[in-house]
Write a protein that binds this ligand. Structure first.
Ligand SMILES: [Cu+2]
Length: 154
């Protein structure tokens, strides 16, 4: 299943890139959200809590363009939750895939999936100003409003 997902997500990414390239109004590409922060000096740590009330705390985060953020994420619930970064269209596309493959496991650098009662970290480098979204893409969680926004300031 893991391999299948990777293959699907690669082909989706390629399709998105091709589609975006053929239009002038391209504004939501994966590149726009930044890149994995591994190996870069960390500008600051942001603590994020995920819980079974289907919320992130905080749900609104402010960072500055050029910063590499260490997200220290804690799942205080009993259920599995995930912290996935993306543009709104990335997340919606991914969510559609989660509905088809609900047991999908992710190991991409923009996702941190945590079992109940565990914690972990995700390093992300924000390279341009704008908005980056995050969500837990388990279908019932996403529908319940388990999402938030990172405001990347100039
Ligand atoms: Cu969740």
């Amino acid at each position: 299943m893991k391999t299948l997902f990777l293959a699907l997500s690669l082909s989706l990414a390629t399709t998105t890139a091709l589609a975006a390239g053929s239009h002038d109004h391209q504004h939501h590409t994966t590149a726009a959200i930044g890149e994995p922060g591994q190996g870069k000096p960390i500008s600051s740590t942001v603590a994020v809590v995920m819980s079974d009330n289907m919320r992130f705390e905080p749900a609104q985060i402010k960072v500055k363009a050029g910063e590499t953020i260490r997200f220290a994420v804690k799942n205080t619930g009993k259920l599995q939750h995930e912290f996935t970064l993306g543009s709104q269209s990335d997340l919606l596309q991914h969510y559609e895939m989660m509905k088809k493959f609900p047991n999908m496991q992710h190991e991409e650098p923009n996702t941190l999936s945590l079992a109940g009662g565990t914690e972990g970290e995700l390093l992300w480098h924000f390279n341009q100003s704008g908005e980056v979204h995050f969500a837990c893409l388990f279908p019932s969680h996403f529908q319940a409003g388990m999402k938030g926004k990172i405001h990347v300031q100039r």
